[in-house]
Ligand binder design. Sequence first.
Ligand SMILES: Cc1cc2nc3c(=O)[nH]c(=O)nc-3n(C[C@H](O)[C@H](O)[C@H](O)COP(=O)(O)OP(=O)(O)OC[C@H]3O[C@@H](n4cnc5c(N)ncnc54)[C@H](O)[C@@H]3O)c2cc1C
Length: 418
Amino acid sequence: MVVTSDLFGGRRGMMLEDAERNVVTAPMPGTANRPGIGSTSTRQPGIDGSGCRCRAGGVRRQGRDFPRRRDLEQTATDVIVIGSGAMGATIAYVLAHNGIRVICIDLDVRGAGVTGSAFGWIRTTHTSIGSELNRDAIADFRALDADLKGALSISWTGSLTWFQSPEHTESHLRMQRGLGLPTEAVDAEDLTRLEPSLRRRPEIAAYAPQEGAVAPGRMRRTLLAAGRDYGAQVVEAPVSEIAVGIDGGAQVFSDAGVFNARYVVLANGLGAPRLAAQVGTVLEVESSPAIRYSFGATAPLSQRVLSGPDYEIRPWHRGMYLGAEDYVTSEDPHRPVIRVHRALDAIRRDFRLRNPLQLLDFRVGYRPMPTARRPYLGVLLTAPQVLVACMHSGITLAPAAALQVLHHITGTAELASI
Ligand SMILES: Cc1cc2nc3c(=O)[nH]c(=O)nc-3n(C[C@H](O)[C@H](O)[C@H](O)COP(=O)(O)OP(=O)(O)OC[C@H]3O[C@@H](n4cnc5c(N)ncnc54)[C@H](O)[C@@H]3O)c2cc1C
C-alpha cells in the first residue's frame, strides 16, 4: 500500500507497512537491490503490529546482555522519534503523513527544548556549513507550509542583511550567490521602498526575498497536532536509555514504558549525545546560548527580518517585534541585558523614534551546536537502527532533514554514517 499526497506526504515517500500482514517492509540500509513498495521480502523481525505487547528478547546493549524488563509495558512501532522540538515534530509529522507508524516521545511535550526560545528566521547562509541541506531548506519549508495549507503562518517577506562596512556586505553577497542562494544587492533608495520606516539606511544591503520567519513554538505545536491526525502517537516521558538488538530492532526505555521499533531517531537536541553514547557513538555537541527578546513600539518598524551589525529584528504581533543576539557565557553575567538595551538604543536611533522601546520579554536559549559546525544528520555506525538529527539552525533545516530521514527509512536514499 502506498500513501500519497501532493507534497510532503507522497512526493518522495512511501509506506513501510504491508497493511494486510501488518509487518514492516522497510529495506535494510545498504541493501543493493531494494525491494519495491509493499514487498515483504525484507520483513523486519520484532514488530508485531501497532500498539501490541511484545517481548524484549534478542535485544542487547553494546557489549553486554540487555536487562530484561518484563514488568514494563511494551509497545511496538516502526519509528520512535525522541524529542518534539522543531526537529522531532517535523520528522514525526513527515513520517506519519507517509503512513509510517511513529511514536514521538518528549519529556515535556509543551516544549522544554530550545525551539520555544528561537527567533524563527528561515534562512540559508554560507556561514552554516552543511550546504546540501541548506540548498533544499527553503524549498522544503515552503512545501511543508503548502502541505499544511499555510497553518504554519509563515511570513515569507524575505530578509535584509548588512554589515558595518559596504565591503563586508558585498563579500557576503558574493558568498551567498556563490552557493546559489538567491540574494540581491539593494541600495539606500531600494531600502526606502522595502523598509520605509528605516531612516538611517546602510549604503548597501543583501536582500534575500525567498526567506521567511515562523513562530517556532507554533510550528512545533501545529506539526505535532497534524502528525497526530495521521496517526502519530505523542508520549510525554523522559527517555532514560536506548538499546539496539542483534535482530535489527531497537528499544527505548522511558518512564512511560518500553518501546520497540525498527528505527529510533535522536531528535532530542542537547540530549542526543547522552543517548548516542549508550550505543557506542560519541557526538560532540556544544550548548550554545543565544538571547531572544521581544519589545513593543508605538510606531511601525520593520516589515521583514532585518539583520544589521547592531541588531537582528523582525515583526511579531501587532506593535510587537522580536530580537535576537548572540551571547558568550564567559562574559559578565549582566552582559545579555546590556546587549539587549544596546540593541534597543540602536533600533531607536535607526528608526528615529521619539519614544523609548518597551522590553517585553527576555530569554536565553541553549542551542544544540555540533562542534564541527556541520549538522549531525545520519545513521550511527555503531547502531544502524539509530538515526540522529541534531543541528543548527534546526528550525530552518527541520523540513529538509525530515525528508532525508523519510528517504532513508523508506529506502529511497541513504543517510551518511556518523
Ligand atoms: C535566541 C535563539 C534564536 C534562534 N534563532 C534561530 C533562527 O532564527 N533560525 C533557526 O533555524 N534556528 C534558530 N535557533 C536555533 C534553533 O532554536 C534550534 O536549532 C532548534 O530549535 C533545535 O530544535 P531541536 O528540535 O533539535 O531541539 P529542541 O527544541 O531542544 O528539542 C529537543 C527536545 O528533546 C527533548 N528531550 C531531550 N532529552 C530527552 C530525553 N532524554 N527524553 C525525552 N525527551 C528529551 C526536550 O524536552 C526537547 O523538547 C535559535 C536559537 C536561539 C536560542
